[in-house]
Design a protein around this ligand. Structure first.
Ligand code: ADP
Ligand code: MG
Length: 435
């Protein structure tokens, strides 16, 4: 019953004292809630929760397994969070499967030149469902607020009592395959065609998936025909997605296509201030400015830095100053890169280009496989410490000369082709920010 406490004690022996005192010491174990394969720990605040989750939950689960032969799901949480999670699940049952994050609201979204067009479009859709821009298509890079905006509209609709479905293409696809397998297509269609609002996130993953495009098309037609609001997001303009049926692509552009650009400095500053306010973090002006200038565009990354700063200052009882901030940022960037493996890179590239990681590492010679392999090799060389022979072995190439040939080719392409360069930048950004 007190296995959780024992696990924390073991962890104490395995990590440095400083690390233990900074984070783990503040965790408490809840034996009552830790049943049915769950191990529940409480942390002092939301930001620390996230941080400990990322750094230690795997390790804690591993200790449960080796010490007690228990396979558990580790839950690091705030006491109040458990209740709200239950409420969320109830809501989910009531409202279809929409899992909207309530903090993704319009009032929490900072507007500037980079996102005002998208903001205005989503806002007006939220005030007039089905009647202004239908569908509304929002596109832009990673971590720029697409999901946030889309869900802000979703929250408005949900509060009005509409049935909102929020889903990613992946969930939609899983749901679809399951329905085929279980012979429940009728229920599937009922669910997606009878909702009031459909929000589909990251539509680029439809690319090259014919069967689901077909189903998707009919869902779209049914909803649109009934005047139901549809909102899409993607990482690029519908024209650039590729591997889409022409009829789908044209429908994506029927309503309004709005882009989100990386935030300019003032918007970044406003976002940081807002996040500080929400999370009750106090930072001086020079620190806010510093973070805003160093983090190029990804807002998710800004959040990561804030939570790190907050956790440090809380746990070590120190005030955050500029020198300290600089150190944390330096650490963070180094850590992002050190954690990168060739596996992670290959997975991100494979997902983005809609092929399997195993194909990238195979001897396959088809055009798209070779393309993905070359890109993966190039990015691995840029972002990891792997040597040419290691790369050759990993990607099943003959030897290191084959690797250097590939890298030369990619460099030439980057020089010549602006779109290709953008693609590489986009992937690199995805890899370094999602890991
Ligand atoms: P995307 O879906 O475009 O990858 P998200 O919507 O998930 O990005 O945004 C990443 C994080 O950044 C979220 O926590 C979101 O709340 C925050 N964020 C992004 N843009 C803004 C903004 N303009 N104002 C406030 N928060 C933002
Ligand atoms: Mg998103």
């Amino acid at each position: 019953m007190n296995n959780g406490i024992k696990v924390l004690e073991t962890l104490k022996e395995e990590i440095s004292e400083v690390e233990y005192n900074r984070y783990i010491r503040h965790l408490t174990y809840d034996p009552k809630k830790s049943i049915n394969g769950l191990a529940v720990f409480y942390a002092p605040n939301a930001l620390v929760v996230n941080w400990i989750k990322k750094k230690y939950s795997e390790k804690i689960a591993h200790l449960f397994e080796v010490k007690f032969d228990e396979k558990v799901i580790v839950e690091i949480t705030l006491k109040s969070a458990i209740k709200s999670k239950k409420m969320k699940i109830n809501n989910e049952v009531k409202q279809g499967n929409s899992l909207l994050n309530p903090s993704h609201s319009f009032s929490n979204f900072m507007v500037g030149g980079s996102n005002q067009f998208a903001y205005a479009a989503v806002k007006s859709v939220s005030e007039n469902a089905g009647n202004v821009y239908n569908p509304l298509f929002i596109y832009g890079g990673v971590g720029l607020g697409k999901t946030h905006l889309m869900q802000a509209a979703g929250n408005v609709f949900q509060n009005e009592g509409k049935v909102v479905i929020y889903t990613t293409v992946e969930q939609f696809l899983n749901d679809f395959t399951r329905s085929i397998r279980n012979n429940t297509m009728e229920r599937f269609r009922e669910k997606y065609r009878k909702c009031d609002v459909l929000l589909i996130d990251d539509i680029q993953f439809l690319s090259n998936k014919e069967a689901i495009q077909e189903e998707f098309f009919h869902t779209f037609e049914a909803l649109k025909g009934d005047g139901k609001q549809i909102i899409f997001t993607a990482d690029k303009h519908p024209k650039k997605i590729g591997g889409l049926e022409a009829r789908l692509q044209s429908r994506f552009e029927w309503g309004l296509v709005a882009d989100i650009q990386p935030p300019e400095l003032e918007t970044k500053i406003a976002i940081i201030k807002k996040k500080c306010e929400i999370n009750k973090v106090v930072l001086s002006k020079d620190i806010i400015n510093y973070i805003a200038t160093v983090i190029e565009s990804n807002v998710r990354e800004i959040e990561g830095i804030l939570s790190k700063l907050h956790a440090y200052s809380q746990l070590m009882h120190i005030d955050i100053d500029l020198a300290f901030t600089k150190n944390v940022l330096k650490d963070q960037m180094k850590e992002n890169r050190e954690n990168l493996t060739m596996d992670t890179i290959t997975q991100v590239v494979a997902k983005d280009l809609n092929i399997k990681p195993s194909e990238i590492r195979s001897k396959g010679r088809s055009k798209n496989i070779v393309y993905a392999r070359r890109i993966s090799i190039y990015i691995c060389r840029e972002l990891t410490q792997s040597t040419m022979p290691q790369l050759a072995q990993y990607f099943g190439m003959k030897d290191h000369t084959a690797i250097s040939h590939t890298i030369r080719k990619i460099n030439e392409l980057i020089e010549k082709d602006e779109d290709f360069k953008l693609k590489i930048d986009e992937l690199t950004n995805k890899i370094t920010t999602n890991s």
